[in-house]
Design a protein around this ligand. Sequence first.
Ligand code: ZN
Length: 244
Amino acid sequence: MTNIVPIPLANYRQIVVLTGAGISVASGLPTYRGAGGIWNHVSVDSHATAAAVQSDPERVWRFFAELRQQVAQAEPNAAHVAIAQAEQQLRADQHLTVLTQNVDGLHARAGSKRVVELHGSLNQACCTRCDFSSRQGFSAFSESCPRCPKCKAFQRPAVVLFDEPLPVDAEWAAKKVLRDCDLFLAVGTSGTVSPASNLVRAAQYAGARTVYVNLEPMKPHNPAFGEVVLGRAEELLPLLFGVG
Ligand SMILES: [Zn+2]
């Protein structure tokens, strides 16, 4: 790890931190791709697509129930805590928004107040047929797929599956903060695939300082990032934000 120069957060008004699976590795949660990734040993097609929900809702539900149990036992790590502490130290005219691709809820548990869950959350379920949805504790869901209390169809985890678009409200909330973003960090995400690649481009377009923080270098390099800081998120973020 090279010498880390802290970012003077006081100089920025609209701070956006995009996070991906890499930020939760130190909490004991697996990534999806790469070494030890979930999709190396579980078929995406049969467990995490809208088609799979239609053909075998029980299988999809049980798969996410396992993830939910892992999340229920996990704790936020120093990276989640550093982001929450940075937000707490801001002036009234400053904002810090977390845009997360994670469905583990660890930012909120660390104390972050402004969190946009781009891919939904494991603590939400919704009906596969009607507009019913519910949010409850990670441990409160049953292991087998529940029926909708309104229409009796199967429920499903309210997470974005592989062939599904981002929820409209989450995408809108992300666009809103990126419009006048002046500091953008991507943490624990590859930075080269959507939505990370689009979000950093929007931040760059707004004139933001753009920083890539990850264990792995970008492949290929995304020129929308002005700075690259390589290392473990839980070590880097407390230093970058000057907290902890
Ligand atoms: Zn229903």
